[in-house]
Design a binder for this molecule. Structure first.
Ligand SMILES: Cc1ncc(COP(=O)(O)O)c(C=O)c1O
Length: 382
C-alpha cells in the first residue's frame, strides 16, 4: 500500500508553517469550521452520564436508531437498526465494507478520478482495481460506463458523489440506473457518502439508503460525521448495508477498533435527534462553501492555462492545468511544485487521484486566503 498523498500534502503545509512560512493551505480535506457548540455540549453530557465504557461493537442502539430515524425523516429511507453499524469515521466504514465483501482476485470498478484511499483498500484485500475513465462525461459517472466495464470477475463498484476530488455530483436518476445495472449484473456497490450534504442547488443531497429494498440489498452506504458536521477529529461514521453484510462488518470490527468512542456516539445520536439545529448548522456551512465556490471557480478559470468546470458539491475545485504543460512544466506535479516554492500555496497533484494533469484545490479555507491565492497564481502564470 502507498501512504495517503493528501495527508502527505497536508503534512508538508504543517512543516512549512512550523518554519514560520506564511502558507496558504489549499490541500486540506477538512472543514475550516469548528464543530457546532451544541454538539460539543452533547459530548460533555455523555461524559457526565458516565458513558465512558465499551459499547456494543455495532454501536449503541441509540446511535444506530438515531441514524435510522434521521434517514427516514430526511431521505424517506426505510432501513432497520440491524442494517446499521457504527464505525470510527467514514474511512473505517469503507474499510469494513470492502474487507467483508471482497475475496482475493475479485475485480473492483473505481471511476476516475478517485479518492486516493479506494485503490489502496482494494490492494489491501488482494483484489484488483479496474478504473473507469469518465473524462468524456466531465467526470460524472454514467450507467453506460458501468455496464461497459462490468465483466464476470467484477464484484464491487465503489462510488463517491459528491466527489473528492472532482466535486462533481452524479444526478439521482443516473445514480439509480447505475444501481440497477449493478443489481442486474450481480455486482455490489459501496457508496461513499462522506460529502452527502455538500451539494449546491440545484443539486440536492441524495442517499442510496433511500432506495427500495431490492436495490439497496446490493448497496453499502459508508457515512461519516467528519465533513458534514465539521467533526473530523471525533472519528464517527457508520455503514448501512443488508443484515448479512452488516453482521460480517461487526465481526470484523470486533477484532479491530471494537467501536467508535462511547460519548461521541452519544453526541452524534443527540445531534441527529435534533435535526432542526443540526441541519441549520450544516446549512450555514454549506452556504459558505457555496459562496466561496461561486467566487473561486470563475476566478480560477481566468488564470492562464487553468480550466475548471463548476463543481456541484464537496469543497474542491479540480483544475485541468494541461494548458500549462510544455517546455516549462512537464507535469501537474511541476505546477504544484511551483505554487509551493514561489507562492507558498499547497495544492494536491491530481496524479494521486488517477488524474495526471489536474490539481485539486480545496476551498475549505477563508475567502481572504482564496483571494490571496488567486492573486499569487495570476502573478506566476499570468
Ligand atoms: C471521499 C472521502 N471519503 C471518506 C473520507 C474519510 O473521512 P473520515 O474517515 O474522516 O470520515 C474522506 C476524508 O477525506 C474523503 O474525502
Amino acid at each position: 500500500m502507498q501512504g495517503s498523498s493528501t495527508l502527505i500534502a497536508a503534512q508538508m503545509a504543517g512543516e512549512m508553517r512550523a518554519q514560520g512560512i506564511d502558507v496558504i493551505d489549499m490541500s486540506v480535506g477538512e472543514p475550516d469550521f469548528d464543530t457546532p457548540e451544541f454538539i460539543k455540549q452533547y459530548a460533555w453530557e455523555g461524559l457526565e452520564k458516565g458513558l465512558t465504557k465499551y459499547t456494543p461493537t455495532a454501536g449503541m442502539v441509540d446511535f444506530r436508531s438515531a441514524i435510522v430515524e434521521f434517514y427516514a425523516s430526511r431521505f424517506g429511507a426505510d432501513i432497520k437498526v440491524a442494517e446499521v453499524a457504527a464505525a470510527c469515521g467514514g474511512k473505517q466504514a469503507l474499510f469494513n465494507a470492502a474487507c467483508t465483501i471482497l475475496n482475493p482476485g475479485d475485480d473492483v470498478l473505481i471511476p476516475k478520478p478517485y479518492w486516493v484511499t479506494f485503490p489502496e483498500i482494494v490492494t489491501f484485500c488482494r483484489a484488483n482495481s479496474v478504473f473507469i475513465e469518465t473524462e468524456d462525461t466531465e467526470f460524472i459517472l454514467t450507467a453506460n460506463q458501468v455496464a461497459d466495464a462490468i465483466t464476470d470477475k467484477t464484484k464491487l463498484l465503489i462510488i463517491n458523489s459528491p466527489s473528492n476530488p472532482s466535486g462533481r455530483v452524479i444526478p439521482p436518476a443516473e445514480m439509480r440506473q447505475i444501481v440497477e445495472v449493478c443489481v442486474t449484473r450481480d455486482v455490489y456497490m459501496l457508496t461513499d457518502e462522506c460529502y452527502l450534504f455538500f451539494a449546491y442547488p440545484p443539486a440536492e443531497p441524495f442517499s442510496l439508503a433511500s432506495l427500495p429494498d431490492d436495490l439497496r440489498d446490493y448497496v453499502c452506504v459508508a457515512g461519516s460525521f467528519s465533513k458534514t458536521y465539521a467533526m473530523t477529529g471525533w472519528r464517527a461514521g457508520y455503514t448501512i448495508a443488508n443484515e448479512t453484510w452488516t453482521k460480517a462488518i461487526v465481526k470484523l470490527q470486533s477484532h479491530s477498533a471494537t467501536h467508535p468512542t462511547s460519548f461521541v456516539q452519544y453526541a452524534c445520536a443527540k445531534a441527529l435527534r435534533n435535526p432542526t439545529e443540526t441541519l441549520a448548522a450544516v446549512g450555514a456551512m454549506t452556504s459558505e462553501y457555496e459562496r466561496r465556490r461561486d467566487w473561486l471557480v470563475p476566478a480560477l478559470n481566468k488564470v492562464q492555462g487553468f480550466r475548471c468546470p463548476m463543481p456541484e458539491g464537496a469543497f474542491y475545485a479540480f483544475v485541468d492545468v494541461r494548458g500549462l504543460l510544455g517546455e516549462r512544466y512537464g507535469s501537474s506535479s511541476d505546477v504544484a511544485d511551483v505554487l509551493l516554492k514561489e507562492a507558498h500555496i499547497v495544492v494536491t497533484d491530481g496524479a494521486g487521484f488517477g488524474a495526471d494533469g489536474y490539481l485539486r484545490i480545496s476551498y475549505a479555507t477563508s475567502m481572504a486566503n482564496l483571494h490571496r491565492a488567486v492573486d499569487k497564481m495570476n502573478a506566476i502564470f499570468g
